[in-house]
Design a protein around this ligand. Structure first.
Ligand code: ADP
Ligand code: MN
Ligand code: MN
Ligand code: MN
Ligand code: MN
Length: 378
């Protein structure tokens, strides 16, 4: 019995040590890290290159030391990385397209969003930015503005939705609430917002969402392609903030293990005419055009040709139906909505509520511009 007790004690110690190591490495001990961050780095500048990977959904990054601080994109060299295509690993080019301040290792260090080109300098599969940019160039006299509302859910490292209480109903509404026990992760929301502001990302608001552990931030308004750049970098910053807190942000439109609650990326859109006096007429005209190309839009409003949105757009929890287009003023279970303050003022913007939380903003705004501003017929 004594032997058994001693043995079980040591097993116990062993387990404790393991748990401890896991917890520490998840956060990579921020107190210790602070010492290294405060060390002088001389005249050099660390530039973190960020790009959308093969999935069109996830981001990757790597960091390069430059001898001096870049004043702009022209001072940041192209780089290269590995890319898997058709079961082969090829080399592709990373082309800097937008620079931000680095909110993690601070000034003078930078984050730079990159486009990915193949060795013939052609944008590769999942990189939809250049096609988007081409359309935005064609419609630039309309001065198209976009604002996107990114919803996300927080999971702990074991894959549990944060704040999920098995005994209780998941229907509990946390929307905009200020209450302990129903809201989880406010520190992430606040830290992410501050980091975006430091970086120069145009974050314009945040709120708690419907289920515990679900949050939203908004980016915009931005003109043309810029919204895609800012949203992707805001997503990068979100994942990095979550890494520091030891949690995972999921952009899954129908987070697994969650019965109710879905995540979207509502996209708000306006032109110079819609924003001016009598703009409502132009908003309604665009909605009319959108109603005729519903299925074409749903094909590009998630990264899987509509497969994700089928499970999200069910008509429940403030969503519309996948198979039919609907519109209304001051109503939230429709495909496209005219916000109440827009209808009262008679001008402003429309809100397309169909894009999924994991959408590619370049594909979404391109479809909006093609349908509403160009005479696309197919
Ligand atoms: P909701 O009431 O749908 O939750 P939010 O306040 O979350 O609205 O988001 C509003 C979004 O609309 C923001 O992303 C903002 O940038 C965007 N927005 C505001 N004005 C315009 C405009 N004129 N054109 C396009 N987008 C706009
Ligand atoms: Mn290597
Ligand atoms: Mn919102
Ligand atoms: Mn929302
Ligand atoms: Mn919205």
């Amino acid at each position: 019995a004594i032997w058994f007790l001693a043995f079980s004690d040591s097993v116990c110690v062993c387990v404790c040590v393991c748990v401890c190591v896991c917890v520490c490495s998840a956060g990579l001990n921020k107190t210790v890290r602070q010492h290294y961050l405060s060390l002088a780095q001389g005249a050099v500048c660390l530039v973190t290159y960020i790009w959308i990977d093969e999935t069109g959904e996830n981001l990757k990054c790597k960091t390069k030391t430059l001898n001096t601080e870049p004043a702009g994109l022209q001072d940041i060299p192209e780089w290269a990385t590995a890319w898997s295509t058709d079961g082969r690993l090829v080399e592709v080019l990373l082309i800097p397209v937008r620079m931000f301040r680095d909110p993690f290792i601070l000034d003078p260090n930078k984050l730079v969003l990159c486009e990915v080109l193949d060795s013939n300098r052609v944008p590769i599969g999942s990189n939809q930015r250049s096609q988007c940019d081409k359309i935005m160039e064609e419609v630039k006299e309309f001065q198209p503005w976009f604002g996107m509302e990114q919803e996300y859910t927080l999971f702990d490292l074991d894959g549990q939705l944060i704040g999920w209480l098995p005994r209780e109903s998941q229907e509990t509404q946390g929307f905009n609430r200020v209450v302990a026990g129903r809201l989880y992760g406010r520190n992430i929301c606040i830290s992410h917002c501050k980091a975006c502001l430091y970086a120069g990302v145009k974050i314009c608001g945040t709120n708690a969402e419907a289920i515990p552990g679900q949050w939203e931030f908004q980016v915009g308004p931005c003109e043309g392609t810029e919204i895609g750049d800012h949203l992707w970098v805001a997503r990068y910053i979100l994942h990095r903030v979550c890494e520091d807190f030891g949690v995972i942000a999921s952009l899954d439109p129908k987070p697994s293990g969650v019965n109710s609650g879905t995540s979207g990326c509502h996209t708000n859109f306006s032109t110079k005419e819609m924003r001016g006096e009598g703009g409502l007429k132009h908003i309604e005209e665009s909605i009319q055009r959108l109603s005729k190309r519903h299925s074409q839009h749903l094909r590009v409003y998630d990264p899987h040709g509509g497969q994700d949105n089928i499970h999200r757009l069910t008509g429940l929890s403030s969503t519309s139906h996948f198979h039919e287009f609907s519109t209304a003023t001051a109503c939230r279970d429709v495909s496209v909505r005219i916000p109440v303050h827009v209808s009262q003022k008679g001008c402003g913007y429309l809100e397309d509520r169909r894009p999924a939380s994991n959408c590619d903003p370049y594909a979404v705004i391109r479809a909006l511009a093609e349908t509403c501003l160009l005479s696309t017929t197919e």
